[in-house]
Each structure stands twice: as C-alpha cells, then as structure tokens.
Design a protein around this ligand. Structure first.
Ligand code: PLP
Length: 215
C-alpha cells in the first residue's frame, strides 16, 4: 500500500517531496511512479543500482545516505542530487567522477545538528572552515545547492524544532557569506516521516519521506 496522495496533500506548496524507497521493492516504487511521483531517495548504492535497472529511466534518483567515496563512480552517471556530502574528500571524488562522465552533479552539505552522537555530517564550524578555505570553488563538476540535516530521533518536539532552526540559520549565514551570487544554493533538505511538519515550519524546501508513504 502506497500512501502517496495523503502525504502529497500535506506537503506545502514549494516544498519538494523525495519519496524514500530504501528497503522497499521496485514494485512499491512502480506504484508511486504510476501515481505521479518521480523523485525517489535511496541510501545504499548496491540497492539503488539494482532497482534502477528495473525501473523507468525518467526517475530522478536522490542519494540520501552516507556515501563512501569509492562508491561515487557507480552513481555519478545518473544521480540527480547527493544529499549528504560530509567531507571535502567526498566532494573531491564527486568532482573527479562527474568530470569523467561529463556531468555537473548537484550536492548538499550535510550539517550535524542532532544532539545525539551521530557519526556523519560537518559541524557548523567544520563546514564554514571548508567553505572559507575556498578550494571548492575550483570544483567545476560539483554544484553546491544547499544544506541537508537530520534532527535527533526523539519525541521532544521543541528539540527537533530547535535543530531545524539551527540548520536554517546556518543556511542563511553561509548563503550570505559564500553563495550570495549563486541562486542554485537554495535547498534545505530536512524532515522525515515523523518530523516533516516541523521541518516545513523551519524552512525546509525538500522533505525526505519513507515510512509514511511505503509502510
Ligand atoms: C530513511 C531516511 C529517511 C526517511 O525516513 P522515514 O522515517 O522512513 O521517513 C530520510 N532521510 C534519510 C537520510 C534516511 O536515511
């Protein structure tokens, strides 16, 4: 059962829905596709590669998980957006693989805002240091399009809201400081099944929803 229409009806105008199809079979994706959905998010390269072969090729695939640099080459030819860039090393590898296939790959920088000890993402200080250092400006096959984050996995609404708010403030800060002349730097990817309303309140332009659609 795919609950696409209910969720779509709930997404505010101007916010893009990425249907997170990880762990769900190609058949479920096909149902959502038949209902008009085109953007799907996956978090494992092997799973994505296998599903992609079975499914229509106008699907816009988003990579939302932690991406190991040695796997970039597999998805570089087709990936629409890489949401969770968490190191300069990864950005360099995306540049290299995108250049090989003659593409410019849109990417978001993953910001670590959750209280819990998550392994991935730049802290705001690390992200600012990377941007201030400036080497990213020489990467012509990577297009930085915004910020992505995941809030803490908690029922504490105020905490989740605060974390999204931190991400939004940070987005505005780096937008002004480094991307004032880059209209493409405009995306805020936050909000999952349990917190997408809060995310939209706190400036999300893109929500990544899985279980609420597919379970
Ligand atoms: C799984 C996942 C989602 C979707 O989570 P749901 O709770 O199923 O909506 C969103 N973002 C990332 C990075 C994920 O790994």
């Amino acid at each position: 059962m795919v609950h696409l229409q209910e969720i779509k009806a709930d997404i505010r105008p101007g916010v893009e829905l990425v249907a997170v199809s990880k762990y769900h079979p190609a058949e479920a994706i096909r149902q959502a596709y038949a209902a008009g959905q085109r953007a799907f998010g996956e978090s494992r390269v092997q799973e994505l590669q296998a599903k992609r072969q079975e499914l229509p090729n106008d699907i816009e695939w988003h990579f939302i998980g932690h991406l190991q640099p040695n796997k970039v080459k597999y998805i570089a030819p087709y990936i629409s957006l890489i949401h969770a860039v968490d190191s300069f090393k990864l950005l360099l590898e995306i540049e290299k693989q995108a250049a090989k296939v003659g593409r410019i790959i849109p990417c978001l920088l993953e910001l670590r805002v959750a209280q819990e000890a998550t392994k991935y993402g730049f802290t705001p200080a690390e992200c600012t240091a990377m941007l201030a250092e400036g080497q990213w400006r020489n990467l012509h096959h990577v297009k930085l399009c915004g910020i992505m984050c995941m809030a803490s996995h908690t029922d504490a609404t105020a905490q989740i809201r605060q974390e999204f708010h931190t991400a939004y403030s940070y987005f505005q800060e780096v937008k002004a400081r480094f991307f004032a002349d880059a209209p493409a730097f405009c995306q805020r990817s936050w909000g999952m099944s349990h917190d997408y309303h809060l995310a939209m309140d706190e400036g999300a332009t893109m929500v990544r929803i899985g279980s609420a659609i597919f379970d």
